[in-house]
Structures are given as C-alpha cells and as structure tokens.
Design a protein around this ligand. Structure first.
Ligand SMILES: C[S@@+](CC[C@H](N)C(=O)[O-])C[C@H]1O[C@@H](n2cnc3c(N)ncnc32)[C@H](O)[C@@H]1O
Length: 286
C-alpha cells in the first residue's frame, strides 16, 4: 500500500458511508459518458470492470455502452446499494457485483475491454493493482481514471442561497475527530498519495489522453444532502464518531441552519477529469 507508509487499509474505511453516498456526493459532470464513449469509440459491445465501484456510480452510468459489466468493491453495503440501484433501473442481468479488494484481482473475472477507476485508486496498492488490470485488459483496451477536477473553486456567488460552509464543516469534524485525517482505524499523516501517472506508466500503460468534462452548473443543496455528503466521506464516516455520532449530526445541522435560514445552499457542479491509459502491447501499437 503506498498511501502513507504508516497507514494500513482495513475494511472499515468506508463503513456506513454507502447509504449516504448517492444523496450526499455531487455527481460527475453531465456529459462524462458521452466523452468517454467518444474517446474509446464505445458501441454497446465489450466488457467493463469498474474497480472500487462504490454504489455503482460509474458502472451504472456506462450500462448502455457495454454488453457486460462487473463492479468490484470491498465494502458489502456499497455492493448491496449498487445491486439495488441496478435492479431498480432495469438491465441488472448484464451487471455483476463482486465484493473484493482490487488487490485480489484477477479473481477469475476474465478479460475486459475497459477498466474504470473513479476516485478510489489512491486507496489501493496501486502498482500491484495497475499490473493486474493491465494483464486483464485485452490488447488495445483502456484503463480510464476518473475524478473531480481538484483545481476548481468550489464556492459560488449566488444571490439565491449561501455557499456550503465547507471550512466550518471541516473545523467541526476536526473538533470531534482530531487534527489529523482519519481513514478506517488509522490516520493519514501525509494525506493520500498522488503521482498516478508514474505508477501507471511503470505498469506499462501508454498515455495518458486527458479530457476535462466541464461542470460549473449551479446546484441547489439541502441541509440533508450536505449532512449526507459529510457522512459519505471516509474521513468523516459515521463509525468514526462512535457514541458521539448523533451529537455530531445535531451540531452539524445546527451550524448549517445557522448558515442558511432557508436550509438551502448553492454549490458548483465540479468538472470531471478523465485520464485514458491504453494497453498497447509491442505487437499491437495503439
Ligand atoms: C470515493 S468512493 C468512489 C466510488 C465510485 N468509484 C465513484 O466514483 O463514485 C471509493 C471506493 O473505493 C473503495 N475501495 C477502497 N479501497 C479499495 C480497494 N483496496 N480495492 C477496491 N476498492 C476499494 C471503497 O470501498 C469505496 O467504495
């Protein structure tokens, strides 16, 4: 694991976050699937594996673009939420959900045309996982790394509602959980690791081709959605508050009400950053 040398992954990392995820997290930029479909020339055939799939965010948005999809995640509730959502949307027969860590790949799952990783690679033993995924991709296949664009300003000047008070929320979380970022049963002194490009190049991938899917739209957020957003994050997952969970939630809601009398906030839709890495064997240059 290369996140932080003193930190060890454990299965509580996203414990209790799954039920808050869809309600609380901001969506990827509209247009993401179109951009990926265009770059990869997707046609409804082929197999996709979404690694660290969470509640199926990416796997389900690409549902119409592949003939078969596998979503893999170690958190049992994430997998259950994803499966329920797939059943509600229809087409669940072509999606399979696997509860496992990416480090367990290939796990007998076969070969794939495309692998997606959305905001989860930093939790993995990245060198090991990149090598496994490359072995599982067909020649000419692609690994698509997807995340919110981190360099944008998140707050908005909107006359309708105040901005989500992120700084005050972070301070409140620190008051309850301490100054160092929590992650599962441990802490991340150095934060999560960057430098994906070097890891993926080292594993033999070619690229990347970078695309930014523009966001920027004004989103309206309720107190419930902001609270769900906080509980959806690994560093403020419900289990971390122990017996003070309800006290924390009441405190958070009080502060949010204090910041917006209407109980509504404005937030900017983040842009989505996409890196496409190709598996180009020497005998089949891409
Ligand atoms: C921030 S969520 C991202 C979910 C989804 N991919 C998305 O884009 O919305 C991170 C996910 O990574 C999963 N995860 C953490 N460590 C993992 C590992 N070692 N192998 C596979 N998935 C992992 C977590 O369980 C969680 O569901």
């Amino acid at each position: 694991m290369d996140v932080d040398t003193d930190w060890e992954w454990d299965e509580t990392l996203f414990s209790g976050t799954a039920t808050y995820y869809r309600r609380g997290r901001l969506p990827y930029a509209p247009g993401l699937t179109d951009v990926v479909a265009e770059v990869l020339d997707l046609n409804g055939r082929g197999r996709l594996i979404d690694v660290g799939c969470g509640p199926g965010t990416l796997a389900l948005s690409f549902q119409d673009l592949f003939s078969e999809i596998v979503g893999l995640d170690p958190d049992p509730v994430m997998i259950a939420v994803a499966a329920r959502e797939a059943a509600e949307r229809g087409g669940a027969d072509k999606v399979r959900w696997v509860q496992a860590r990416a480090e367990d790949l290939p796990a007998g799952l076969g070969t794939f045309t495309v692998a997606t990783i959305g905001q989860s690679f930093h939790w993995m033993d990245r060198g090991l996982v990149a090598a496994s995924i490359r072995d599982m991709l067909q020649p000419g296949g692609a690994l698509v790394h997807i995340s919110d664009l981190k360099t944008e300003r998140r707050t908005v000047d909107d006359p309708a509602y105040p901005a989500v008070p992120h700084v005050a929320i972070e301070e409140l979380v620190r008051n309850y959980l301490g100054p160092v970022r929590r992650a599962g049963q441990g802490v991340l002194q150095q934060g999560t690791a960057g430098g994906e490009a070097a890891v993926l190049a080292q594993a033999g991938f070619t690229g990347p081709e970078r695309r930014v899917v523009p966001g920027g739209q004004l989103l309206e957020r309720t107190v419930d959605e902001v609270v769900a957003g906080v509980f959806s994050m690994s560093f403020s997952a419900p289990h971390l508050f122990g017996q003070r969970r309800d006290e924390f939630e009441a405190d958070l809601r009080r502060r949010l009400r204090g910041a917006s009398r209407s109980g509504r906030f404005s937030e900017r839709q983040p842009s989505t950053e996409v890196f496409v890495w190709r598996n180009c064997p020497a005998e089949l240059p891409c």
